[in-house]
Design a binder for this molecule. Structure first.
Ligand code: ATP
Length: 488
């Protein structure tokens, strides 16, 4: 039986070594909290995005997709509340000058307490409960007292010499226009949602959409995160996959419960074990929400938010209506119990919002395994494998001629030509077959096919399965069909 370990630092190194994720502008020593996806990472990311897009827009008759611009009219962010409210409470340590998000500082301290004993576990729970309560009322004075009373220290200076708590806006700003005086400050969008809200009427009218319906979008979002850490978990430039579901006022709890269950099931359909997912209800609700929860995943560094489900009421559409002075309403001609139509109203919104990079990290951290085992002859063997679900793996099939001669490459290339029309294949003829298998394990290729001399005699090949390393002989003509069945 294989002996597995899972180490986060080794996963990060592995992502770099095998072309998944690089530090941005690495040759200039990188840019904090910004990452580039390499040849395998970009493909995996695309596959996850496509899987989400398909499940939202193709598998739901009443959800359509759009692609709005990153730049938006500056009033958008005034209307959405981001100019005034999109900030986090921060605190600086006066000795190290290091800035912390208050909730992260307290959570970190609570995490350190945990596991030391029952008394400490209870203290950690009480501390987090007290923090949630104070955050929900923006009581910064008491939050500061909580930090002081618990003697929470800066990780760098190891002192408790803190500033007062202040708000820090997370939006990046820039100028539009070529002449400085004419320029106007605009923002890089901190969420993709607003591009959907401002297009509500465009889509509803041109698509003749009937409530309830959804608008889905994937794309970049930017946040000037102060505490950027844990690899691609918290980045300054990242990608979101969001869906805004427009509903009749008063039905929001019904849809909230529907999407809560639906989204968790969707994550499970990607091979994420149910035991590694949980709900976390928000105590502090955002200014636009009447109910909110996170779907959390147990990352290698603990339980953290993977996706947010928010009941956003009619806040956003009403705000845009007010700031644009344009009516944003829907006429609902379905009949009420009294036989009259529901008539005109500003729809309520149920949002599902998942970070593509966070989902990538979820998939890859579950997939990564270092395995050791004893072979039949008593010798030790090992491998590093990425058990990425076949349907989203970057490369589906490796086609490997055993030798570079005797007509084997020709057969292999013919198979390659047949298969590459349908899924991503990789051809390699260098090195021993064992080494080639190991490389394919390391990038997560679920199937390898070896073409050998027997292939010439009976048209069979060896197919090798990444997950259990089993091998079997199958007909050459069945390879494409078999792989397509497994990745469907
Ligand atoms: P957090 O509490 O972790 O900062 P959030 O509550 O601010 O997240 P939302 O505004 O709900 O996040 O954004 C929706 C999703 O976008 C999150 O569930 C997460 O997956 C993703 N996301 C948000 N901020 C980042 C980031 N800085 N880097 C990567 N993904 C992010």
């Amino acid at each position: 039986m294989a002996n597995e370990t899972n180490n986060f630092q080794e996963l990060i190194a592995h992502c770099k070594e095998y072309g998944y994720i690089f530090q941005s502008s690495e040759i200039y020593d990188g840019l904090a909290a910004v990452y580039d996806y390499g040849q395998n990472g970009a493909q995996l990311k695309k596959n996850i995005r496509d899987y989400w897009w398909k499940s939202m827009t193709q598998l739901h008759d009443n959800i359509v997709g759009i692609d709005a611009a990153i730049f938006m009219h500056p009033t958008t962010w005034k209307a959405s509340g981001h100019v005034d409210n999109f900030s986090d409470p921060m605190i600086d340590n006066k000795d190290s000058n290091k800035r912390y998000r208050v909730d992260h500082l307290i959570e970190g301290f609570a995490e350190d307490l945990r596991g030391k004993g029952e008394k400490e576990n209870k203290e950690a729970d009480d501390l987090l409960a007290a923090m949630d309560k104070l955050l929900s009322t923006n009581d910064f004075v008491s939050l500061k007292k909580l930090i002081d009373n618990n003697k929470i220290k800066c990780a760098i200076s190891k002192t408790c010499n803190w500033t007062e708590i202040r708000e820090f806006n997370l939006m990046f700003s820039t100028q539009i226009g070529s002449v400085a005086e004419e320029s106007e400050t605009i923002y890089l969008r901190p969420e993709t949602a607003q591009g959907i809200f401002v297009n509500f009427l465009n889509v509803q009218k041109t698509g003749r959409m009937k409530i309830p319906f959804g608008i889905a979008q994937t794309g970049k979002a930017f946040r000037n995160e102060i505490v950027a850490r844990q690899f691609i978990f918290r980045m300054r430039e990242f990608e979101q996959m969001e869906m805004q579901f427009f509903i009749r006022p008063g039905t929001q709890m019904e849809w909230y419960n529907y999407w809560k269950i639906e989204r968790k099931k969707w994550h499970e359909s990607l091979g994420i074990p149910a035991a590694k997912l949980r709900y976390h209800d928000h105590v502090k609700l955002a200014h636009y929400a009447d109910a909110a929860l996170d779907i959390e995943f147990e990352f290698p560094f603990g339980w953290k938010e993977l996706e947010g489900i928010h009941s956003r009421t009619d806040f956003d559409l009403k705000q845009h209506q007010e700031h644009s002075k344009k009516k944003i309403q829907y006429f609902d001609n379905d009949l009420k119990e009294d036989g009259k139509p529901y008539g005109n109203y500003v729809p309520y919104v149920l949002e599902t919002s998942v970070g593509l990079d966070r989902l990538f990290l979820t998939i890859i951290s579950l997939a990564y395994a270092e395995e050791k085992w004893t072979k039949e002859d008593g010798t030790e063997d090992s491998r590093v494998v990425l058990r990425i679900p076949a349907k989203i793996a970057p490369t589906k099939l490796a086609i490997l001629p055993l030798l570079k001669k005797d007509g084997l490459p020709e057969i292999a290339k013919e198979l390659m030509d047949e298969c590459k029309q349908h899924f991503h294949c990789f051809y390699e003829e260098k090195d021993t077959i064992g080494k080639r298998y190991r490389r394919m394990d390391a990038i997560g290729t679920p199937f390898c096919v070896t073409i050998d001399h027997q292939t010439k005699e009976d048209n069979t090949v060896t197919i090798r399965y990444r997950d259990n390393m089993n091998q079997e002989r199958i007909l050459l003509k069945d390879v494409k069909r078999l792989v397509m069945e497994k990745i469907a």
